[in-house]
Design a protein around this ligand. Sequence first.
Ligand code: NAP
Ligand code: MG
Length: 405
Amino acid sequence: MAEKIQMTTPLVEMDGDEMTRIIWKMIKDILINPYIDLKTDYYDLGLVHRNETNDQVTIDSANATKKYGVAVKCATITPNAQRVEEYNLKEMWKSPNGTIRAILDGTVFRKPILVKGIVPYIPTWTKPITIARHAYGDIYKNTELKVPQGSKAELVVTDKDGKETRALIHDFKNSDGIIQGVHNLDNSISSFARACFNYALDAKEDLWFAAKDTISKTYDHRFKDIFAEIYENEYKDKFSAAGIEYFYTLIDDVIARVVRSEGGFIWACKNYDGDVMSDMLATAFGSLGLMTSVLVSPDGVYEYEAAHGTVTRHYYNYLKGEKTSTNPIATIFAWSGALRKRGELDNIPALIDYADKLEKASIQTMEEGVMDKNLAAMSKLENKRPVDTETFLTEINNRLAVLMG
Ligand code: NAP
Ligand code: MG
């Protein structure tokens, strides 16, 4: 066999939990280590070790990502009451993804992998649609009150000199009711916009953004204006050089355009729109096992992962000694995405070439009918062969070995 590919800068590796932790090791053993002299800065984000370190390991891994610029993350358990008991936790530790996102200040981009045989519910979608969700503010950081009849509700802003500005929300003369206060920050919206523009340039795809500025003339309009300003001042020339477009439209109009489109663009969404629409897109494109995810920070730091969780049900079967049929593809693409980015940043063409071939071999395997049970149930291919996780990975490697010569 040829010599292994050498890396110069380490990749930040965030290990995780349950079935995806098992798959993580298999991917490294079967698909990566035979070809690459892998250099990683390793952090064990498995729940046991997060608990041992009082979650410090999560913070350390995010800071390492800032330092080195690229990370690959395995799915992790976000503890709830049941997990506190199951793992005898000192505390109900916060979501690692939330912690990492808060430190890196990023935007999450989700993109489906398209393969022959898995037909989207909208059959004209022949190219992937990437969703970029703004992950700060709006109803996710709201304040709500019930309002009894006879009350008057107002917005009050007190400036730094103590001067008040008031606006009537509603005079509840005739009925009980409800009110809600939401906010966002110019800083955060600007970071979001820059992350979207940078990602679009990277992917060489058009960027669409939509809000409801005709109804929300100050709040949503601010989003529209910030995007427009940053585009004009910083990105317009770069976009025209790359042959791509930015355009803004109303959220209702964008839905119609998305449904009628063939895909192949990036759709920037406000927080709530992104929450709802990313679940819609994942379902419409077919499978969680084929949905990739990358967190991009405004200063160009990348963290790659699968969009799905730790696949708990499969893990319990695995613990009973059963062979599982779990789809490793989104996790493989997290690795290929991170290795390709490392290759680009460090100028290592062999690493980029390996990443391309790993993805090609993965897709070829599924298109030749070899896949996990869940995907096989959905696939329209005639010669399907549902296999266990390890066989799936071995089949990918058989094809990768050919591509790598
Ligand atoms: P999940 O792990 O994504 O699994 C939900 C179901 O989707 C699975 O039971 C399985 O269906 C199917 N599925 C998902 N990924 C699959 C794959 N790669 N191959 C085959 N089938 C797949 O979501 P969950 O059960 O809601 O959450 C489990 C744990 O993951 C939780 O502790 C949660 O906190 C964590 N989580 C972590 C992240 C993250 O780290 N980014 C994201 C989401 C959830 P069947 O059972 O029908 O086969
Ligand atoms: Mg959602």
